[in-house]
Design a protein around this ligand. Structure first.
Ligand SMILES: C[S@@+](CC[C@H](N)C(=O)[O-])C[C@H]1O[C@@H](n2cnc3c(N)ncnc32)[C@H](O)[C@@H]1O
Length: 222
């Protein structure tokens, strides 16, 4: 299994325009969905700068912030303290989550669990199942094999589904696991899959428009 590696957040300009400071559109739906289901214990797995930890804590979820990057957890903690929000913080590796079995009602992994290889993704999925309560839900994203980074680059290959991303920036050299629909069905067979969507994102750069595809999954432990 490839060694885990977090993002280098110290090179990201984290002002209010930074996309990583503004919650993803899907997160507002999840707040409503999980509130109406009476869910409470929430894990922001791979919290980054804390944009979703803040949103869920403001909506009275009992919020746990977790990331392998010390810088990410420190920045999340500082932001929560500025907002006078009480959260729990831990630094660690998603391959071995430092939480008891059945700890969480709901877990968000937004652009996180693809940062490993095929062996690693299997371990993470087992960990998600273990720390989730019965009837608990997870919302997660996975890089898609339709993305140019998988199809059209000569980035170093780790295994048949995994490459090291080679774009300059905070995730240079970080492993990326890429999935397709059949692989997803196989990997998540212990869960009930409530919804799978493939989303295409566009990013405007100086050298043109970049795009990427991600699968978004809403899954449940019965
Ligand atoms: C693309 S960022 C997303 C951050 C956040 N989820 C968001 O949506 O703003 C990916 C995050 O996953 C973290 N990460 C990568 N590998 C990890 C691992 N093995 N264990 C825990 N966190 C990890 C990175 O450090 C980074 O903060």
């Amino acid at each position: 299994m490839i060694k885990s590696q977090g993002w280098k957040w110290e090179i990201v300009k984290d002002d209010e325009n930074c996309i990583w400071k503004n919650p993803a559109v899907q997160s507002y739906y999840l707040v409503n969905r999980w509130k109406s289901q009476g869910k409470n214990d929430f894990l922001d797995l791979g919290c980054g700068l804390g944009r979703h930890s803040i949103l869920f804590a403001k909506n009275d979820f009992n919020t746990y912030c977790f990331d392998i990057s010390e810088d990410a957890v420190n920045k999340t903690r500082k932001w929560c303290e500025e907002e006078k929000l009480n959260c729990q913080y831990k630094i660690g590796d998603m391959l071995n989550l430092p939480y008891e079995d059945s700890s969480f009602d709901c877990i968000l992994c937004m652009n996180v669990i693809s940062h490993t290889d095929t062996e690693g993704i299997k371990k993470i999925i087992k960990e998600l199942y273990r720390v989730l309560k019965k009837n608990g839900e997870v919302y997660l994203t996975l890089c898609s094999k339709d993305t140019w980074g998988f199809k059209d680059t000569d980035w170093p290959k780790v295994d048949e589904n995994t490459k090291l991303l080679m774009v300059e920036g905070p995730e240079k050299g970080v492993p990326h696991f890429y999935a397709d629909y059949d692989l997803i069905r196989e990997l998540f067979k212990k869960f009930t899959i409530i919804d799978i969507t493939q989303v295409e994102n566009f990013y405007e750069h100086d050298d043109g428009t970049w795009y990427s595809y991600h699968y978004h999954l809403l899954i449940k432990k019965d």
